[in-house]
Design a binder for this molecule. Structure first.
Ligand SMILES: NC(=O)c1ccc[n+]([C@@H]2O[C@H](COP(=O)([O-])OP(=O)(O)OC[C@H]3O[C@@H](n4cnc5c(N)ncnc54)[C@H](O)[C@@H]3O)[C@@H](O)[C@H]2O)c1
Length: 316
């Protein structure tokens, strides 16, 4: 197949590209990181060349807001578009910025997919659920920030075109694993806590972290979900582990694996007003995706890469 992956230099997109490149022709579209900063001080784009050091396909550096980028995809004529490009930072409050990037462009991608008869598998997000009771189900949403709202609006638009194209939205819960390091402060707390511990620092958690539950899903499961989506019915599906674990669990598993017993520091949660306190994916029966990694298994599988990053990037 010919496959276009937007956001392919980012975390999930690069993992997908590297997995699929053996058997398929891949075009990656990514704006790549630059000195453009958002109003919260974080980078606008996290696409990083080091995620693509083993990539053998074509990389086109372009903005999904730019007509030229759409033309590039049209000419490539993919059978599938995995659309991951987005401002992926949930703590950005510039509504105009988030919505023009994540939402306005989406209709263009739907129209393009219909025109060239490509399947469209796009990234939605579990952030759309806000603090709706667990397990969270598609159809019961309450977005608490502009990012979450942008993803919910994408899902609503997509539904209008189910009769015209194969369109599947994936609501990722908290994904962690190889490829996330260059998301800096927005990378998962798995890698951030691990690097604190490897540096001999006390892990810093928000207060009451033993009561903040999230559905942490390992990158290998998240990538599998994209493949399952190719043969699923049109729709929006949850991509989680199906299990809720706490941030304290992450630190405890890491300390066990790394053989440390550092005391934790607890700091006030600055995001408390728009925070999700309990997420857990309901994995519906009409969705063939089956996560394989528990938090313990995912962390174990990730540990060599975490240590490599610590040596080569953090401590270099
Ligand atoms: N990682 C998670 O836990 C998670 C959870 C829920 C949803 N998602 C969604 O999944 C998708 C992938 O997430 P990720 O964690 O890999 O994020 P990421 O930030 O690593 O990847 C997004 C990529 O899109 C690129 N990009 C941003 N704006 C662009 C633009 N205007 N034009 C072209 N490229 C642009 C960035 O450079 C980056 O490489 C995103 O849509 C994100 O919102 C991720």
């Amino acid at each position: 197949m010919k496959i276009a992956i937007t956001g392919g230099a980012g975390f999930i997109g690069s993992g997908l590209a590297l997995k699929l490149q053996k058997d398929h022709e891949i075009l990656i579209i990514d704006k790549m990181s630059s000195n453009e900063i958002l109003d919260n001080g974080n980078l606008e784009c996290f696409g990083h060349f080091k995620n693509l050091l083993d990539f053998e396909g074509e990389l086109y550096v372009g903005d999904i807001k730019d007509e030229k980028t759409l033309q590039k995809i049209r000419k490539f004529k993919p059978d599938v578009i995995f659309h991951k490009a987005a401002i992926s930072d949930t703590t950005v409050y510039n509504q105009n910025k988030i919505l023009t990037t994540n939402l306005n462009t989406f209709k263009d991608f739907i129209e393009l997919s219909i025109d060239i008869n490509a399947k469209l598998i796009y990234a939605s997000s579990a952030s759309v659920y806000g603090n709706q009771p667990s397990p969270q189900k598609v159809g019961v949403e309450d977005p608490k920030n502009p990012y979450a709202f942008s993803k919910l609006m994408m899902d609503k638009i997509a539904r209008k075109y189910y009769d015209k194209a194969h369109i599947v939205g994936l609501r990722y819960f908290n994904v962690y694993g190889k490829g996330e390091f260059y998301k800096n402060k927005t990378a998962s707390m798995v890698v951030q806590f691990a690097h604190q511990i490897l540096a001999g620092k006390n892990p810093r958690l928000f207060e009451k972290s033993d009561q903040i539950y999230r559905d942490f899903v390992y990158i290998k499961d998240a990538i599998d979900a994209n493949l399952v989506a190719l043969d699923s019915k049109c729709g929006v599906y949850n991509v989680g582990s199906g299990v809720a674990r706490t941030f304290q669990d992450i630190v405890d598993i890491l300390q066990k694996e790394l053989g440390t017993n550092l005391p934790c520091e607890y700091i006030p949660n600055p995001y408390i007003k728009a925070y999700q306190f309990h997420t857990q994916a309901e994995l519906s029966k009409d969705w063939a995706y089956q996560p394989k990694f528990s938090l313990e298994m995912g962390i174990k599988d990730y540990l060599d890469e975490i240590k490599r990053l610590f040596e080569k990037e953090v401590n270099a």
